[in-house]
Design a protein. Structure first.
Length: 163
């Protein structure tokens, strides 16, 4: 005669991901998705981009916030040209190097998007928003040009985050 064996039912516990492992994975994903942006090369300068570059160069050379003609720039703010001027002072006048200013702000936009989405919608939505932001063509476009849109967006997102 056999007796029924009673086995303790094992409950499968869901795999737990530690916060540190999740942070490392999120950072690795951020770095991997940032590669196209970081490797993007600038194209030919548009007229607006050349104006921003010359305004930044004039600031770096101590000529003030002026055009190449010496006339003062009165219809836009000096923040973006001032950021370019800092780059020109540190690394010399190079469009290839100056484009790192918008690249860094494009990455900053993704980080601010992550923080804002986390505050509003939670961790998973924030990670999804940041991943979608990185694979979008917009950061690549603004990060490989000398347009001020990425810098302006950065300060708008920062303002929303502070509110």
């Amino acid at each position: 005669m056999t007796t029924p064996a009673i086995y303790a039912a094992r409950t499968a516990s869901p795999a737990r991901v530690t916060p540190a492992l999740l942070a490392v994975a999120a950072f690795a994903l951020f770095v991997a998705l940032s590669v196209p942006l970081l490797r993007a090369q600038p194209g030919p300068l548009s007229s607006d981009e050349s104006l921003y570059a010359t305004e930044g160069l004039n600031l770096a050379l101590g000529k003030g916030f002026t055009y190449t003609t010496g006339e003062p720039v009165e219809h836009r703010g000096p923040v973006f040209p001032a950021l370019l001027a800092v780059d020109f002072k540190l690394a010399g006048f190079s469009i290839e190097h100056a484009v790192w200013v918008p690249k860094l702000f494009a990455l900053g936009n993704v980080l601010l998007l992550l923080l804002l989405a986390r505050r509003l919608f939670g961790r998973e939505a924030a990670l999804l928003a940041a991943a979608l932001g990185l694979v979008s063509s917009l950061p690549l476009l603004i990060g490989s040009s000398l347009f001020l849109d990425g810098v302006q967006t950065f300060f708008l997102l920062l303002t929303l985050l502070i509110l």
